[in-house]
Design a binder for this molecule. Structure first.
Ligand SMILES: NC(=O)c1ccc[n+]([C@@H]2O[C@H](COP(=O)([O-])OP(=O)(O)OC[C@H]3O[C@@H](n4cnc5c(N)ncnc54)[C@H](OP(=O)(O)O)[C@@H]3O)[C@@H](O)[C@H]2O)c1
Length: 342
């Protein structure tokens, strides 16, 4: 491998079912040169996110599919090597959407400057980035929890879920988290201040477990997962419940269309509402969300956990692991030296 080469992960084939390392290929190319208004960015952290699974199929969705033979899409946190972008200089820490590669060209309009004295730059891809903002707007604008409400969130120790639960706790809710191991559940109650948890891998009757942990019913349900877990939540809704559909990760690797919920009559009986959300709809209010999330981190009210693997060649497995619950906290891949961590 040449030290002066750009290493990139390109998509070789669309996965059928679970993605694997064989769907990707690592290639080397010359490091590109930025044009007018652009910057060359050296990636330090890559983020792998569940939404990427949706791009790995040729059919239409809310965004264009990932093209075969092209660098895998995604946001990175890194450092500017060379800049023709106004307001950005060599050495600045930034986020950019340059994908899974060590060096990428970003348009100056796509760059977000980071201050490493505010928080570690890796947080710009997690709690202080897209997942944190999803949790912020999905909780406060979609679910609108009131003090005393019971809020249930699944994938609760993950990038989005952990922030949802803590925002609700800060707002005075009783928070129940669903996660896939004892360690994750212990973290939720011991470190993040959740009031109760359900380990979905050890629970045979999810509806009964929800009834036990939510004796007054579920006022707010933040759904990252879908599937039978969500059927069980609908069975346990309180009167006037709000449901936010943020993700359906349990179905992302399905090769056939999943059976829809069969218990929608609960929405009628409970006068409940269900709303899907896409974080980009709040683009104009990202500054507000980031300011508030940063304040909560500084005050110690909001905690976060990162799961960082080393090396660009680990990106495909780290990504596939999201759909198996292998990550514990925000999954990142460090692919370059991080001078900001000292
Ligand atoms: N709508 C939006 O704008 C938006 C934005 C960001 C993310 N999302 C969605 O939010 C969800 C969480 O994303 P994230 O980035 O925070 O990921 P994450 O929670 O950090 O990681 C994914 C987690 O999902 C859980 N999971 C995976 N397969 C599962 C299954 N079959 N059954 C139950 N749980 C399963 C696993 O946790 P356990 O081990 O605890 O099961 C896994 O660790 C995803 O559905 C994602 O697509 C939506």
């Amino acid at each position: 491998m040449s030290a002066n080469a750009n290493r990139k992960v390109v998509l070789k084939s669309y996965p059928k079912g679970a993605p694997g390392a064989d769907n990707f290929e690592i290639i080397e190319e010359a490091i590109p040169t930025p044009g007018p208004g652009e910057a060359l960015v050296r990636a330090i952290y890559l983020t792998v996110d569940p939404y990427m699974r949706g791009r790995l199929r040729p059919g239409p969705s809310y965004a264009e599919p990932q093209k075969i033979g092209e660098v895998m899409i995604g946001e990175i946190a890194g450092q500017i090597v060379e800049s023709n972008a106004e307001g950005f200089a060599k050495g600045d820490y930034v986020t950019a959407h340059t994908g899974w590669q060590t060096h990428g060209i970003a348009d100056g309009r796509d760059l977000r400057k980071l201050d490493p004295t505010d928080a570690p730059i890796s947080t710009s891809l997690g709690v202080l980035g897209m997942p944190g903002l999803t949790a912020y707007f999905g909780t406060l604008d979609v679910l609108r929890p009131k003090a005393g409400d019971t809020l249930v969130v699944n994938a609760a120790s993950g990038a989005v879920g952990s922030v949802v639960g803590q925002i609700a706790r800060i707002g005075g809710c009783r928070v129940v988290g669903i996660a896939g191991s004892k360690e994750k559940c212990d973290f939720l109650t011991g470190e993040l201040g959740f009031h109760a948890t359900i380990n979905h891998r050890e629970t045979k009757d999810m509806a009964a477990a929800m009834k036990e942990t939510c004796p007054n019913g579920i006022d707010c349900y933040f759904d990252n997962v879908g599937g039978p877990m969500t059927d069980a939540a609908f069975d346990n809704m309180a009167f006037g419940a709000r449901v936010a559909i943020c993700g359906q990760i349990a179905q992302y690797n399905d090769t056939e269309q999943a059976m829809g919920p069969r218990n929608l009559r609960h929405f009628l009986v409970k006068r409940a509402t269900l709303r899907g959300l896409l974080v980009h709809d709040w683009r104009d209010r990202y500054d507000e969300g980031l300011t508030r999330l940063t304040r909560w981190i500084r005050s110690g009210e909001l905690k976060y956990r990162e799961d960082i693997v080393e090396g660009i060649e680990k990106a495909p497995d780290a990504f596939a692991g999201l759909m198996e619950g292998k990550n514990f906290g925000k999954q990142l891949v460090r692919i370059g030296e991080d001078p900001s961590r000292g």
